[in-house]
Design a protein around this ligand. Structure first.
Ligand code: ZN
Length: 305
């Protein structure tokens, strides 16, 4: 994924403009005007990667909340506002995930198209609110792909055939991965499929693949878990024999490590919940992230069995 800082975009555009002027040729101006570079901003790294996979070649796609960062507690910066202002399209998750986005769009002066990628999805409930982590189910990813590719084709009709090819190729990868995940989990008895993570981000994954996830924090990360919630998890580890505990890339490992120690079990490793890893990490794209999580879960549950 090419993540471009706002200042670089502006500098490059200025240079392009300066270049066109210095050439002074109508042909150069016409060719740069006839193929405008799509400028797309997604709210967080996972959505930026899915969008990049579908966007026509040459599109500039960037994420407001980058790899390994927590979108729940993101505080928009002036540079985020400038990046939005220069974009043609903003892609958000919706379902209350980006509580900060509407205000940011308003103050940035953004005049382009806004897409809520989860549009039309049937959300699961988490406590009293909606669970926003819908990307943790590959069936929902298919809907994200449909929504994103439709708006890309609408905005850049000249590149519609290329976008369509990318859409079909990406859907084929999603389907292959879904079959693989089901094969990995198949040998694990349903009653053993219990996992603890830092925050409640895997409800959709659990519904799709038959795993019960427990977490000391709710679906949001903006508050500390209660002592009662932590004590309840430690009891669950002992009483129900939960053997698989994971930290997340966006959360501190301290709390889950403490729960693991109190419960007398080993940590199963890291899961990627709300953000990708860096380019060198095991979850540098959405599909790699999903594959990494599924494999790590299957291995930890198999060890626990
Ligand atoms: Zn989350």
């Amino acid at each position: 994924m090419r993540v471009t800082a706002g200042t670089d975009v502006q500098r490059r555009r200025w240079l392009q403009w300066a270049g066109v002027c210095s050439l002074g040729g109508a042909a150069a101006a016409a060719s740069s005007a006839s193929v405008p570079v799509p400028r797309i901003v997604a709210s967080f790294s996972i959505l930026a990667d899915i969008t990049q996979a579908l966007a026509p070649a040459g599109a500039e796609v960037s994420a407001l909340v980058g790899p390994n960062a927590d979108a729940h507690v993101f505080e928009p910066t002036p540079s985020a506002a400038r990046r939005l202002a220069a974009a043609d399209l903003v892609v958000t998750n919706g379902l209350g995930f980006e509580g900060w986005i509407e205000r940011l769009i308003r103050i940035s002066g953004f005049r382009g198209t806004t897409l809520v990628a989860s549009r039309g999805l049937r959300p699961r409930m988490a406590g009293r609110g909606l669970d926003p982590h819908a990307w943790q189910d590959l069936a929902n990813a298919r809907l994200y792909v449909a929504n994103i590719s439709a708006v890309l084709q609408q905005l850049w009709p000249q590149q519609a055939p290329e976008i369509e090819q990318r859409r079909l190729a990406y859907l084929a990868q999603i389907d292959a991965l879904d079959r693989q995940v089901r094969l990995w989990l198949q040998p694990i008895p349903r009653e053993r499929r219990r996992v603890i993570t830092s925050h409640d981000a895997f409800g959709y994954f659990g519904d799709a693949y038959g795993i019960d996830f427990f977490a000391p924090q709710g679906w949001n990360t903006d508050s500390e878990p209660s002592a009662a919630a932590v004590a309840r998890l430690i009891r669950q580890i002992r009483d129900q024999g939960v053997r698989a505990l994971f930290v997340e890339n966006i959360s501190s490992r301290q709390l889950v490590a403490m729960i693991a120690k109190e419960g007398g079990v080993q940590l199963g490793g890291s899961l990627y919940s709300d953000a990708l890893s860096g380019a060198q990490g095991p979850a540098s794209t959405y599909l790699k992230m999903f594959e990494h999580n599924a494999r790590a879960l299957a291995e930890a549950l198999a060890r626990a069995a």
